[in-house]
Design a protein around this ligand. Structure first.
Ligand code: SF4
Length: 324
């Protein structure tokens, strides 16, 4: 069912523009071809306002000509992941390892810091063996691509083989797949979750309230009822969500669904994404005011990932410019 839903995604820009009733003049602002091609799930395309090129979902997924801007500091591998990657295993932080479970996503987000990533040729079995040998690892984070682009069968095999490693105490899945297709939470998926013995956390990537909806909440509720905590991470993106009202609505809606906002990331400086970068002044304004709007448990940590650091770095607001 969810695979059928993903097949309805838009990968052809002309077809998408016809669907969105975008004019010829408006079309000229977008890139017809990109090495990181258009991939927009039908569920999200339906939520984009017709004839609007400022829509926050359109801006996240449709390739803009601004991606051609070359800006100092914006590089192909901003987090220098190549240097900490062995096959499909990335070791950035002590005790935790990232496993690149899949190289496919349910959507192509234009700001993605792995948009230039070249997938290694090693297998999942090799990655599991590597994690088995490294006894310092107590938590494995399934990332990608999107780990939930694996079939239930593949996922079950992977999760069970990780659970069988005694020193691995917890698992985590980072995903955006439920936003593309809430149908991903199907009976077989719930069954495999029910069979797990070790704690499994979900971290959903969500940037804008328009990505939410009753269909998504219904699916997530099924996961919550099984006792698997759901957290979120978001990226602060220029013109998409860099205003107080959008962020407040996003995080309040999430906590009303028992989902906890975990991280709000500063954009990683990846080549082709500089038009999404926010200014320190906007960051400070949003963040300070947001703090007054939300209960402490609903206020995400504002962080930046810096290559070589042993954890995500909190952004200190007092170092930002003064708000007049
Ligand atoms: S779903 Fe995640 S990994 Fe895939 S393109 Fe979007 S941000 Fe990147």
């Amino acid at each position: 069912m969810w695979k059928k839903e993903l097949k309805k995604s838009f990968s052809d820009l002309s077809q998408l523009f016809d669907f969105l009733e975008i004019s010829k003049k408006q079309k000229s602002l977008f890139l017809e071809k990109s090495s990181f091609p258009l991939l927009l799930p039908y569920r999200l395309a339906q939520k984009i306002k017709k004839r609007s090129i400022d829509d926050p979902l359109l801006l996240q997924f449709v390739p803009s000509k601004k991606e051609k801007i070359e800006k100092k500091g914006f590089t192909l591998d901003p987090l220098q992941e190549k240097s900490c990657c062995t096959g499909r295993v990335l070791r950035k932080y002590p005790k935790r390892a990232l496993l690149l479970a899949s190289f496919f996503c349910g959507m192509h987000c234009r700001f993605c810091f792995r948009r230039h990533f070249s997938p290694p040729s090693s297998s999942l079995e090799e990655a599991v063996e590597e994690l088995r040998k490294d006894k310092t690892i107590s938590e494995v984070i399934l990332s990608g691509g999107d780990p939930l682009s694996l079939s239930n069968q593949e996922l079950k095999k992977l999760l069970q083989s990780l659970e069988d490693i005694p020193h691995i105490e917890r698992l985590r899945i980072h995903t955006r797949m439920f936003i593309a297709a809430p149908e991903r939470v199907d009976e077989d998926f719930l069954l495999l979750l029910r069979e797990l013995k070790k704690p499994l956390y979900f971290v959903l990537h969500i940037n804008h309230p328009h990505e939410l909806g009753e269909d998504l909440f219904l699916s997530l509720k099924k996961i919550l009822l099984l006792g698997h905590p759901i957290l979120t991470q978001s990226v602060l993106l220029r013109r998409v969500n860099d205003n107080l009202q959008t962020l407040t609505t996003l995080f309040e809606t999430l906590i009303n669904q028992r989902i906890l906002p975990y991280y709000l990331h500063k954009l990683d400086p990846c080549a082709g994404t500089s038009h999404f970068a926010t200014t320190p002044l906007i960051e400070k304004k949003c963040l300070l005011e947001l703090k007054n709007q939300l209960p402490g448990y609903g206020y995400p940590k504002f962080v930046q990932e810096i290559a070589g650091k042993k954890s995500k770095q909190p952004l200190v607001l007092r170092n930002c410019p003064r708000i007049k």
